[in-house]
Ligand binder design. Structure first.
Ligand SMILES: Cc1ncc(COP(=O)(O)O)c(C=O)c1O
Length: 480
């Protein structure tokens, strides 16, 4: 493609950019129940303005940009208070949940290595419902992920965690709440366990840390989940979720400053400027931090409480509505505004397609370790007015899905794999993808076939096939 030979007028550049959005999900419509956290136009505009005005400042060096140092200390301080961190606690602003989780694992890994110089490969104990970010962290950081089963209510099981603890355990993780089912793990019981064993305990409150305190104040039965629980040593809390900041905004907090110190990477053995990075990123825009700071100031405690009330009310109506639809079943009892439901006697992936055909975006989740294939809904404040319409279409979608065949593709895939002497390599997935409707790398309009096929595969094969697919998607058109 090369660099455009000549410049393009500014208006044309921006108009072309705008036109690329045409096929995106329309998140402003109120009909998208994943990916975007929307508190309305004013919050969006203020956040974008603040973001743009600090876009060029570089968080690499807080001494060159004391404005960013101030913003970070203010944002981290607010989140620390919100989560009842003790006075000496410290934290870091990061680019998102994954980075916050990764830094918590790095700090725990390095603490463990320092105490066990010849101890081998450290382990992190993860309930099956812990976010994939921790397995990613383990993968990147050469830590072993030890997965443990959860209870029938999808909450972590303290006894299963206790039996998974061994001499190489460097960190225990639990969620408040888990993304998949929206339930808070028994943090108090796990905290008691980790205290007894003298182990660090990270509460992943990436999605819930900001909102749960408001649900608690509104009288929802929120189990204890934050630094008030003895034994909790670190927490992650994303601001780009229910604090409604622009993406690229999260905070990781440590009860003990000595643990945060282990998060910091410094390098003085090269010929350039000295590198000191408390985060994975080195050069980083001040935009996400300024955007997060601004939206916290704009909405304030009162504003967030009002938004939380809308989400709590909408979630209760949605759970009751789904409970009333024959054939659907809510998985667990959500503690926040994240709802997962499955279908009995009909194809849940068809329900997702039928919803899409009616103009709704809902998120399919594949089955794993006792959690059946399901649909996930993240309830936005702006979703409130849409609840009745959404439930009516859900009812119709279930009726339409009942008439559609399901299960056959999954069975066929299982048969093909059983017949093959070995699992197909990357290139061997072509026929499977074609069976599921993928043509020339393009996804079909209806995704049930693909989802059913993936659902039938062993998780390792699933990961391989989606990696192949995505790897193939990102191919620039060269020489045009
Ligand atoms: C509980 C939890 N942890 C971690 C993450 C990862 O966050 P991010 O996508 O910002 O990296 C998420 C994302 O939804 C989450 O829900």
């Amino acid at each position: 493609m090369g660099i455009p030979p000549k410049g393009t007028p500014r208006d044309e550049v921006l108009a072309r950019l705008e036109s690329f959005r045409a096929a995106d999900v329309d998140w402003r419509s109120g009909r998208v129940w994943a990916y975007v956290y929307d508190a309305g136009r004013e919050a969006e505009e203020v956040c974008k303005q603040a973001y743009a005005s600090f876009l060029t400042e570089n968080g690499l060096d807080p001494t060159a940009f004391p404005s960013l140092l101030r913003l970070e200390n203010e944002v981290v301080g607010r989140v620390a208070d919100h989560l009842n961190a003790p006075p000496g606690a410290v934290g870091t602003f990061t680019s998102g949940g994954t980075e916050s989780c990764m830094l918590a694992v790095k700090a725990a890994r390095d603490a463990w290595r320092a105490a066990h110089p010849d101890g081998g490969r450290p382990q992190v104990v993860l309930p099956h419902t812990a976010h994939a970010a921790f397995q990613k962290a383990a993968h990147y950081l050469d830590v072993e992920a030890v997965l443990v089963p959860v209870g029938a209510d999808f909450r972590a099981d303290p006894e299963a965690i206790a039996s998974a603890i061994g001499p190489r355990t460097c960190l225990i993780v639990a969620s408040a709440p888990s993304y998949a089912h929206g339930v808070v793990d028994p943090i108090a019981a796990i905290g008691a366990l980790t205290q007894t064993r003298g182990l660090p305990f990270h509460v992943d409150a990436c999605i819930g840390g900001f909102l749960l305190p408001y649900f608690e104040r509104l009288g929802a039965p929120v189990p204890p989940f934050d630094f008030r629980v003895p034994g909790v040593t670190s927490m992650s809390c994303d601001l780009h979720k229910y604090a409604f900041a622009a993406k690229g905004a999260s905070v990781v907090l440590h009860r003990d400053p000595a643990m945060r110190r282990r998060q910091v990477y410094a390098c003085a053995t090269w010929s350039g400027y000295t590198i000191v990075n408390p985060t994975i990123q080195s050069s980083k825009s001040g935009g996400p931090l300024a955007g997060a700071w601004a939206v916290l100031e704009l909405l304030g405690d009162e504003g967030y409480l009002a938004l939380a009330r809308e989400m709590l009310d909408a979630t209760r109506r949605i759970v009751a509505g789904i409970d009333a639809i024959e054939g659907l079943r809510v998985l667990g009892r959500p503690d926040m505004n994240l709802v997962a439901f499955t279908a009995d006697g009909l194809g849940i992936f068809h329900v997702a397609d039928e919803m899409k055909a009616r103009g709704w975006y809902v998120q399919p989740q594949l089955s794993f370790a006792g959690s059946p294939a399901n649909i996930h809904l993240s309830v936005n404040p702006k979703g409130g007015p849409w609840v009745d319409a959404m439930l009516a279409d859900l009812r119709d979608s279930v009726a339409a899905a009942r008439a559609l065949p399901y299960g056959h593709l999954g069975a066929a895939v299982r048969q093909i794999l059983a017949d093959a002497a070995t699992a197909p390599d990357g290139g061997g997935f072509g026929p499977l993808l074609a069976m599921a409707g993928v043509r020339d790398g393009a996804l079909p309009e209806r995704m049930a076939g693909i989802n059913e096929m993936l659902d039938a595969l062993d998780p390792a094969l699933r990961a391989q096939i989606i990696s192949d697919f995505v790897d193939d998607l990102f191919r620039p058109r060269r020489g045009t």
